[in-house]
Design a binder for this molecule. Sequence first.
Ligand SMILES: [Zn+2]
Length: 332
Amino acid sequence: MWKHSSFGEYEVRSAYNILLKDEALKSPVELRPPHIPADVWQLIWKVKTPHKVNLFVWKLMQDFIPTFLTLKNRGISTRSICPICDEGDESTSHLFLHCAFARACWHGSTLPIHTSDLSNTSLQIWLSNIILNFKQMDQVRMDYLRSVFTFLWTIWNHRNLVIHDGITPNPIEVILTAHTLPCWLKEAYEKKESHDNSHRGNYSAYQNIGGPWDLIVKVAGARTKRPRRTAFAYEATDLQGIVIFLGTASSGASIANAAAQEALVEVVVKAKGLGFCRILFMCSSRRLAQVCNFNYTPSCKVLFVSRAILGYVYSAAKTTTNVPGPSGRARI
Ligand SMILES: [Zn+2]
Protein backbone atom coordinates (compact mmCIF):
# COMPACT_ATOMS: atom_id res chain seq x y z
CA MET A 1 0.00 0.00 0.00
CA TRP A 2 1.65 3.23 -1.21
CA LYS A 3 0.21 6.03 0.92
CA HIS A 4 1.45 8.84 -1.32
CA SER A 5 -0.91 8.17 -4.22
CA SER A 6 -4.70 8.33 -4.37
CA PHE A 7 -5.22 4.61 -5.20
CA GLY A 8 -2.50 3.22 -2.95
CA GLU A 9 -0.43 2.01 -5.88
CA TYR A 10 3.23 2.87 -6.19
CA GLU A 11 3.82 5.68 -8.70
CA VAL A 12 7.22 6.84 -9.89
CA ARG A 13 5.89 10.40 -10.18
CA SER A 14 4.83 10.62 -6.51
CA ALA A 15 8.13 9.05 -5.36
CA TYR A 16 9.96 11.62 -7.45
CA ASN A 17 7.97 14.49 -5.89
CA ILE A 18 8.72 13.22 -2.38
CA LEU A 19 12.37 12.86 -3.22
CA LEU A 20 12.43 16.38 -4.62
CA LYS A 21 10.81 17.75 -1.45
CA ASP A 22 13.06 15.71 0.87
CA GLU A 23 16.26 16.70 -0.85
CA ALA A 24 15.26 20.37 -0.85
CA LEU A 25 14.63 20.18 2.92
CA LYS A 26 17.81 18.25 3.65
CA SER A 27 20.02 20.53 1.64
CA PRO A 28 21.59 23.30 3.72
CA VAL A 29 20.63 26.72 2.39
CA GLU A 30 24.17 27.58 1.35
CA LEU A 31 24.39 24.40 -0.75
CA ARG A 32 21.14 24.87 -2.61
CA PRO A 33 21.51 25.56 -6.32
CA PRO A 34 20.46 28.93 -7.66
CA HIS A 35 16.79 29.21 -8.48
CA ILE A 36 15.91 26.86 -11.30
CA PRO A 37 12.62 27.45 -13.18
CA ALA A 38 10.05 24.74 -12.40
CA ASP A 39 9.75 23.70 -16.06
CA VAL A 40 13.35 22.50 -16.08
CA TRP A 41 12.69 19.62 -13.69
CA GLN A 42 10.04 18.16 -15.95
CA LEU A 43 11.93 18.78 -19.16
CA ILE A 44 14.97 16.85 -17.89
CA TRP A 45 12.92 13.64 -17.91
CA LYS A 46 11.63 14.22 -21.44
CA VAL A 47 15.07 13.88 -22.99
CA LYS A 48 15.39 10.39 -24.43
CA THR A 49 18.46 9.04 -22.71
CA PRO A 50 18.72 6.05 -20.36
CA HIS A 51 17.10 6.76 -17.02
CA LYS A 52 20.46 6.85 -15.25
CA VAL A 53 21.60 9.73 -17.50
CA ASN A 54 18.43 11.75 -16.80
CA LEU A 55 18.85 11.03 -13.10
CA PHE A 56 22.46 12.12 -13.29
CA VAL A 57 21.47 15.46 -14.89
CA TRP A 58 18.72 15.89 -12.32
CA LYS A 59 21.28 15.44 -9.52
CA LEU A 60 23.65 17.77 -11.30
CA MET A 61 21.01 20.48 -11.34
CA GLN A 62 20.48 19.95 -7.59
CA ASP A 63 24.25 20.05 -7.06
CA PHE A 64 24.08 16.59 -5.50
CA ILE A 65 26.96 15.14 -7.51
CA PRO A 66 29.71 14.13 -5.05
CA THR A 67 32.49 16.41 -6.27
CA PHE A 68 35.34 17.04 -3.85
CA LEU A 69 33.95 20.48 -2.99
CA THR A 70 30.48 19.08 -2.20
CA LEU A 71 32.02 16.34 -0.06
CA LYS A 72 34.13 18.89 1.81
CA ASN A 73 31.14 21.18 2.40
CA ARG A 74 29.31 18.23 3.91
CA GLY A 75 32.24 17.29 6.12
CA ILE A 76 32.93 14.01 4.29
CA SER A 77 36.25 14.96 2.69
CA THR A 78 39.06 17.27 3.70
CA ARG A 79 40.23 18.15 0.21
CA SER A 80 38.36 20.15 -2.36
CA ILE A 81 41.01 20.71 -5.04
CA CYS A 82 40.27 19.36 -8.53
CA PRO A 83 42.21 16.08 -8.92
CA ILE A 84 42.60 16.57 -12.67
CA CYS A 85 44.07 20.07 -12.96
CA ASP A 86 45.01 20.82 -9.33
CA GLU A 87 44.05 24.42 -10.00
CA GLY A 88 40.77 25.11 -8.26
CA ASP A 89 38.03 23.68 -6.09
CA GLU A 90 36.26 20.82 -7.77
CA SER A 91 32.74 22.27 -7.90
CA THR A 92 30.28 21.05 -10.51
CA SER A 93 30.81 24.25 -12.49
CA HIS A 94 34.57 23.74 -12.41
CA LEU A 95 34.43 20.04 -13.22
CA PHE A 96 32.07 20.32 -16.19
CA LEU A 97 32.75 23.79 -17.57
CA HIS A 98 35.83 25.58 -16.30
CA CYS A 99 38.46 22.86 -15.71
CA ALA A 100 41.13 22.78 -18.43
CA PHE A 101 40.21 19.13 -19.03
CA ALA A 102 36.50 19.91 -19.49
CA ARG A 103 37.35 22.80 -21.78
CA ALA A 104 39.52 20.53 -23.94
CA CYS A 105 36.66 18.02 -24.16
CA TRP A 106 34.04 20.61 -25.18
CA HIS A 107 36.48 22.25 -27.59
CA GLY A 108 37.07 18.97 -29.39
CA SER A 109 33.39 18.09 -29.53
CA THR A 110 31.11 18.88 -32.44
CA LEU A 111 28.70 20.68 -30.08
CA PRO A 112 28.58 24.47 -30.55
CA ILE A 113 29.53 25.17 -26.94
CA HIS A 114 32.26 27.69 -26.11
CA THR A 115 33.29 27.37 -22.49
CA SER A 116 35.38 30.55 -22.73
CA ASP A 117 32.06 32.47 -22.88
CA LEU A 118 30.89 30.81 -19.67
CA SER A 119 33.62 31.80 -17.22
CA ASN A 120 31.19 33.57 -14.86
CA THR A 121 28.29 31.15 -15.29
CA SER A 122 27.36 28.32 -12.98
CA LEU A 123 26.71 24.93 -14.50
CA GLN A 124 23.13 24.91 -13.21
CA ILE A 125 22.23 28.26 -14.76
CA TRP A 126 23.90 27.35 -18.05
CA LEU A 127 22.20 23.97 -18.24
CA SER A 128 18.77 25.26 -17.25
CA ASN A 129 19.01 27.93 -19.97
CA ILE A 130 19.87 25.27 -22.54
CA ILE A 131 16.99 23.07 -21.42
CA LEU A 132 14.50 25.96 -21.44
CA ASN A 133 15.65 27.05 -24.91
CA PHE A 134 14.65 23.63 -26.15
CA LYS A 135 11.19 23.48 -24.63
CA GLN A 136 9.67 22.25 -27.85
CA MET A 137 11.31 18.89 -28.16
CA ASP A 138 11.40 18.37 -31.91
CA GLN A 139 13.88 15.85 -33.28
CA VAL A 140 16.76 18.28 -33.80
CA ARG A 141 16.41 19.73 -30.29
CA MET A 142 16.03 16.29 -28.79
CA ASP A 143 19.27 15.19 -30.49
CA TYR A 144 21.07 18.27 -29.19
CA LEU A 145 19.96 17.82 -25.58
CA ARG A 146 20.73 14.11 -25.74
CA SER A 147 24.26 14.98 -26.88
CA VAL A 148 24.74 17.55 -24.09
CA PHE A 149 23.41 15.15 -21.42
CA THR A 150 25.59 12.26 -22.57
CA PHE A 151 28.60 14.56 -22.84
CA LEU A 152 28.22 15.63 -19.21
CA TRP A 153 27.68 12.05 -18.14
CA THR A 154 30.77 10.91 -20.06
CA ILE A 155 32.95 13.60 -18.45
CA TRP A 156 31.76 12.44 -15.02
CA ASN A 157 32.48 8.77 -15.76
CA HIS A 158 35.91 9.60 -17.12
CA ARG A 159 36.69 11.73 -14.04
CA ASN A 160 35.75 8.75 -11.84
CA LEU A 161 38.07 6.46 -13.81
CA VAL A 162 40.88 8.98 -13.31
CA ILE A 163 40.29 9.09 -9.55
CA HIS A 164 39.43 5.46 -8.82
CA ASP A 165 41.33 3.53 -11.52
CA GLY A 166 44.26 5.91 -11.95
CA ILE A 167 43.87 6.33 -15.73
CA THR A 168 45.41 9.40 -17.36
CA PRO A 169 42.84 12.08 -18.24
CA ASN A 170 42.25 11.79 -21.96
CA PRO A 171 39.88 14.23 -23.71
CA ILE A 172 39.88 12.06 -26.86
CA GLU A 173 38.26 9.19 -24.99
CA VAL A 174 35.56 11.51 -23.70
CA ILE A 175 35.01 13.02 -27.15
CA LEU A 176 34.80 9.65 -28.88
CA THR A 177 32.55 8.08 -26.28
CA ALA A 178 30.30 11.12 -26.08
CA HIS A 179 30.17 11.32 -29.86
CA THR A 180 29.17 7.73 -30.50
CA LEU A 181 26.92 7.25 -27.48
CA PRO A 182 24.10 9.57 -28.65
CA CYS A 183 24.11 7.72 -32.00
CA TRP A 184 23.60 4.42 -30.23
CA LEU A 185 20.96 5.92 -27.96
CA LYS A 186 19.15 7.49 -30.87
CA GLU A 187 19.20 4.17 -32.66
CA ALA A 188 17.98 2.37 -29.56
CA TYR A 189 15.09 4.81 -29.01
CA GLU A 190 14.08 4.81 -32.64
CA LYS A 191 14.10 1.02 -32.60
CA LYS A 192 11.95 1.08 -29.50
CA GLU A 193 9.51 3.58 -31.00
CA SER A 194 9.42 1.65 -34.24
CA HIS A 195 8.70 -1.49 -32.25
CA ASP A 196 6.07 0.27 -30.11
CA ASN A 197 4.32 1.56 -33.23
CA SER A 198 4.43 -1.53 -35.36
CA HIS A 199 4.84 -4.37 -32.82
CA ARG A 200 6.74 -6.14 -35.55
CA GLY A 201 10.29 -5.18 -34.60
CA ASN A 202 11.45 -4.37 -38.11
CA TYR A 203 14.60 -2.37 -37.42
CA SER A 204 16.34 -2.50 -40.76
CA ALA A 205 15.80 1.20 -41.52
CA TYR A 206 17.84 2.24 -38.49
CA GLN A 207 20.79 -0.10 -38.66
CA ASN A 208 23.14 2.31 -40.36
CA ILE A 209 22.88 5.22 -37.96
CA GLY A 210 25.96 6.22 -35.98
CA GLY A 211 28.64 3.95 -34.45
CA PRO A 212 30.11 1.66 -33.46
CA TRP A 213 33.19 2.44 -35.50
CA ASP A 214 35.76 -0.15 -36.45
CA LEU A 215 38.48 2.27 -37.52
CA ILE A 216 39.48 5.64 -36.05
CA VAL A 217 41.59 7.87 -38.26
CA LYS A 218 43.43 11.05 -37.40
CA VAL A 219 43.86 13.22 -40.48
CA ALA A 220 45.76 16.46 -40.92
CA GLY A 221 46.56 18.72 -43.82
CA ALA A 222 49.31 21.35 -43.72
CA ARG A 223 50.60 24.09 -45.95
CA THR A 224 53.76 26.18 -46.02
CA LYS A 225 54.11 29.51 -47.77
CA ARG A 226 57.77 29.27 -48.73
CA PRO A 227 58.14 27.00 -50.53
CA ARG A 228 54.45 26.92 -51.32
CA ARG A 229 53.57 23.30 -50.64
CA THR A 230 50.78 21.30 -49.09
CA ALA A 231 50.80 17.82 -47.63
CA PHE A 232 48.68 15.48 -45.57
CA ALA A 233 49.18 12.74 -43.03
CA TYR A 234 46.93 10.18 -41.45
CA GLU A 235 47.02 7.42 -38.89
CA ALA A 236 44.35 4.72 -38.68
CA THR A 237 43.91 2.69 -35.51
CA ASP A 238 41.39 0.13 -34.38
CA LEU A 239 39.36 0.54 -31.20
CA GLN A 240 42.15 -1.00 -29.12
CA GLY A 241 44.51 1.71 -30.34
CA ILE A 242 46.54 -0.62 -32.57
CA VAL A 243 47.84 1.16 -35.66
CA ILE A 244 46.41 -0.48 -38.78
CA PHE A 245 48.02 1.79 -41.35
CA LEU A 246 49.43 5.28 -41.70
CA GLY A 247 50.74 7.49 -44.43
CA THR A 248 51.83 10.90 -45.58
CA ALA A 249 52.00 12.45 -49.03
CA SER A 250 52.68 15.85 -50.46
CA SER A 251 49.59 17.07 -52.21
CA GLY A 252 48.59 18.91 -55.35
CA ALA A 253 45.96 20.86 -53.39
CA SER A 254 46.40 24.58 -52.85
CA ILE A 255 44.98 24.72 -49.33
CA ALA A 256 45.48 22.54 -46.26
CA ASN A 257 41.80 21.57 -46.03
CA ALA A 258 41.80 20.23 -49.58
CA ALA A 259 44.94 18.25 -48.76
CA ALA A 260 43.17 16.74 -45.74
CA GLN A 261 40.25 15.88 -47.98
CA GLU A 262 42.61 14.02 -50.34
CA ALA A 263 43.78 12.09 -47.30
CA LEU A 264 40.19 11.19 -46.43
CA VAL A 265 39.62 9.72 -49.87
CA GLU A 266 42.90 7.79 -49.76
CA VAL A 267 42.03 6.40 -46.32
CA VAL A 268 38.53 5.36 -47.33
CA VAL A 269 39.87 3.43 -50.32
CA LYS A 270 42.55 1.77 -48.19
CA ALA A 271 40.21 0.97 -45.30
CA LYS A 272 37.51 -0.53 -47.48
CA GLY A 273 40.19 -2.63 -49.18
CA LEU A 274 41.15 -4.01 -45.76
CA GLY A 275 37.52 -4.73 -44.87
CA PHE A 276 36.91 -1.81 -42.47
CA CYS A 277 33.42 -0.42 -42.97
CA ARG A 278 32.72 2.13 -40.28
CA ILE A 279 35.30 4.89 -40.12
CA LEU A 280 35.46 7.79 -37.73
CA PHE A 281 37.80 10.56 -38.87
CA MET A 282 39.22 13.21 -36.60
CA CYS A 283 40.45 16.40 -38.20
CA SER A 284 41.08 19.95 -37.05
CA SER A 285 39.03 21.65 -39.74
CA ARG A 286 35.48 22.45 -38.67
CA ARG A 287 34.66 23.36 -42.27
CA LEU A 288 35.87 20.04 -43.61
CA ALA A 289 33.90 18.18 -40.96
CA GLN A 290 30.73 20.05 -41.96
CA VAL A 291 31.21 19.46 -45.68
CA CYS A 292 32.16 15.80 -45.35
CA ASN A 293 29.35 14.90 -42.99
CA PHE A 294 27.01 16.16 -45.66
CA ASN A 295 28.51 14.10 -48.44
CA TYR A 296 29.68 10.88 -46.86
CA THR A 297 27.56 7.89 -46.03
CA PRO A 298 26.58 7.21 -42.39
CA SER A 299 29.39 4.66 -42.27
CA CYS A 300 31.94 7.52 -42.33
CA LYS A 301 31.86 10.51 -40.03
CA VAL A 302 34.29 13.37 -39.62
CA LEU A 303 34.72 14.66 -36.10
CA PHE A 304 36.14 18.13 -35.57
CA VAL A 305 38.87 18.07 -32.91
CA SER A 306 41.52 20.52 -31.77
CA ARG A 307 44.92 20.33 -33.48
CA ALA A 308 46.51 19.32 -30.16
CA ILE A 309 44.56 16.08 -30.28
CA LEU A 310 45.96 15.20 -33.70
CA GLY A 311 49.44 15.38 -32.15
CA TYR A 312 52.17 13.95 -34.29
CA VAL A 313 49.90 13.38 -37.30
CA TYR A 314 49.77 17.13 -37.80
CA SER A 315 53.56 17.37 -37.31
CA ALA A 316 54.00 14.63 -39.91
CA ALA A 317 51.86 16.58 -42.40
CA LYS A 318 53.90 19.69 -41.71
CA THR A 319 57.19 17.84 -42.19
CA THR A 320 55.94 16.30 -45.43
CA THR A 321 55.49 19.75 -46.95
CA ASN A 322 59.29 19.57 -47.39
CA VAL A 323 58.88 16.67 -49.81
CA PRO A 324 58.87 18.18 -53.32
CA GLY A 325 55.73 18.01 -55.45
CA PRO A 326 52.82 15.56 -55.60
CA SER A 327 55.03 13.11 -57.49
CA GLY A 328 57.47 12.89 -54.59
CA ARG A 329 55.18 10.83 -52.38
CA ALA A 330 56.69 9.49 -49.23
CA ARG A 331 55.32 6.93 -46.82
CA ILE A 332 55.99 6.77 -43.13
ZN1 LIG B 1 40.16 21.00 -12.81
